[in-house]
Design a protein around this ligand. Structure first.
Ligand SMILES: Cc1cc2nc3c(=O)[nH]c(=O)nc-3n(C[C@H](O)[C@H](O)[C@H](O)COP(=O)(O)OP(=O)(O)OC[C@H]3O[C@@H](n4cnc5c(N)ncnc54)[C@H](O)[C@@H]3O)c2cc1C
Length: 465
């Protein structure tokens, strides 16, 4: 059986391994537009060691992902963070991120009292007895709209958007509740089903009450690979046994009696393929399915993308850098360009002795691609100025010794409140094209474990389909 996979990012490579596991004689070709594999996973060789400039962690609580990495022989390569805490820069000061709650949404004012005004704190505490939310069971709303209406703007602009922006490159207002904080949508459903007053603070309290008691020491929330994500994408490429064609931009796909025919890329594409798996960002998948199903193509193209930029810097010393994992910047903080800093060599013990301090500055979110269009020197100046402002670290005396700027065009899909319905529609429409499967960060979640889970399922389906 001949398989073509478009895109050698995490999704395409994972699907290829899954195809190989199900069909050991499979003839698999992967076509990748750029000159490297990995997509949004990208480990670059700093003189001091390997450094990730795309994803830098995964949710270690996703046991399915950890077991998958073990099955690839990477179990011993997983490392965990130092246990230091993150900060949020708001009101001109770096302050502790609140504990508890859900994505920065508290059940009472106590955890966020240092981040909001007294007026907002009082409003949070009064919310449980305010007029209940007119909640439709199974319904959805933008996270920003819900929290603004119930707790006020400060909770969104100082905390929730900063936290969600770190994961989705979007403001809370551009994200759907059910797609991004499903447990909160479900808690609202449960309150409505039980006939109890539906309020935000009650729903958050319900989630907090159901959480298992913390272990001692606490179980790590995140993990990563000792040698960076390159360990994962290189292992996947090897285990797939696929022929991977780089600089192979695919511009069109057609289908005839012999199978799928691919335009662009390498010579191998001249032959027909029995099965096709598209693992590109959704708008590209839309272009590529144009000749296969017009309606599928149209739906895929409605998913929008958020651009971002990462500037990774290595400074000669840690002196003056706070003992924290990083700082998120509140979205209403004036005069700053960066949205977050990760102090990688403080966050990850395995990077602590890299020869200085490794810091990643992140820029950009949905609807604001200023950073993407800013020239490199200016971006680095922004990163240095903002780092000095939020931490006091003396970037004049301790100039960076290595810098890498990575622009992520269309870095992440926007999971707004229509997203889940759009994905369901795509799944249905794709059924009309025999032998076709689609996967990627737009399909089942943007995080590495979610992308892997969706790609594995798609890989199994395309073999069986
Ligand atoms: C800056 C950043 C930080 C992140 N941090 C984290 C994190 O810490 N933890 C976490 O869990 N997740 C993180 N993520 C999310 C995660 O990295 C991504 O969701 C995931 O890597 C996406 O994988 P993918 O294979 O779906 O897409 P991609 O990585 O985009 O892969 C798609 C591939 O398709 C190729 N392609 C596109 N068009 C064509 C074409 N026409 N022909 C051939 N090839 C084509 C592309 O070049 C690319 O290689 C981060 C994302 C970004 C952008």
């Amino acid at each position: 059986m001949r398989y073509a996979i478009i895109g050698a990012g995490l999704a395409g490579l994972t699907a290829a391994v899954e195809i190989r596991r199900a069909d050991e004689d499979a003839d698999i070709d992967i076509f990748e537009a750029t000159g490297r594999i990995g997509g949004k996973l990208h480990t670059v060789p700093f003189d001091a060691g390997r450094t990730d400039v795309g994803a830098e962690a995964f949710l270690a609580r996703r046991q399915d992902a950890v077991e998958y990495f073990e099955s690839l022989g990477l179990g011993e390569e997983i490392v965990y963070p130092s246990g230091m805490h993150p900060l949020v820069y708001t009101g001109g000061e770096a302050k502790a991120l609140p504990k508890g709650g859900v994505m920065g949404i508290p059940s009472s004012s106590a955890p966020v009292a240092h981040l909001v005004s007294d007026k907002t704190a009082a409003r949070i505490d009064a919310e449980a007895t305010a007029t209940p939310i007119d909640w439709e069971i199974g319904g959805d709303v933008s996270v920003g709209k819900l929290v603004r209406e119930r707790y006020g703007d400060e909770v969104v602009d100082h905390i929730v958007s900063a936290l969600l922006g770190g994961v989705y490159s979007c403001l809370a207002d551009d994200l759907g509740l059910r797609a991004t904080i499903p447990q909160l949508a479900e808690a609202l459903d449960e309150l409505a089903e039980a006939g109890e007053p539906v309020t935000l603070s009650r729903a958050v309290a319900r989630i907090e009450a159901a959480r298992p008691a913390p272990t001692d020491p606490p179980a790590p929330v995140f993990g990563t690979f000792r040698g960076g994500y390159a360990q994962l994408y290189e292992t996947l490429a090897e285990k797939s046994g696929a022929d991977i064609y780089l600089d192979a931009f695919i511009s069109a796909i057609t289908r005839d009696n012999a199978g799928f025919r691919i335009t662009g890329g390498a010579e191998a594409a001249d032959k027909p393929y029995d099965r096709l798996l598209i693992a590109t960002p959704a708008p590209t998948a839309g272009l590529l399915t144009k000749n296969l199903s017009e309606e599928l193509s149209t739906t895929l193209k409605t998913i929008q993308l958020a651009d971002s930029v990462v500037v990774a810097m290595r400074f000669p010393t840690h002196e003056g850098l706070p003992d924290n994992t990083g700082v998120l910047v509140a979205t209403d903080e004036p005069g700053l360009h960066a949205k977050a800093f990760t102090f990688s060599s403080k966050k990850w013990p395995h990077l602590a002795n890299m020869g200085g301090a490794l810091v990643r500055a992140s820029f950009g979110r949905f609807g604001d691609n200023t950073a993407l269009r800013t020239d490199e020197d200016t971006l680095v100046d922004y990163a240095l100025e903002d780092l000095r402002t939020v931490t006091g670290f003396d970037t004049e005396t301790h100039k960076p010794e290595e810098i890498y700027t990575q622009r992520w065009f269309g870095g992440l899909p926007r999971y707004d409140e229509t997203h889940l319905a759009t994905v369901a529609k795509i799944r249905k429409q794709a059924e009309s094209v025999d032998g076709l499967e689609l996967t990627g960060a737009w399909a089942g979640g943007v995080g590495v474990p979610a992308v892997i889970a969706d790609a594995r399922a798609a890989g199994r389906r395309v073999v069986g389909g």
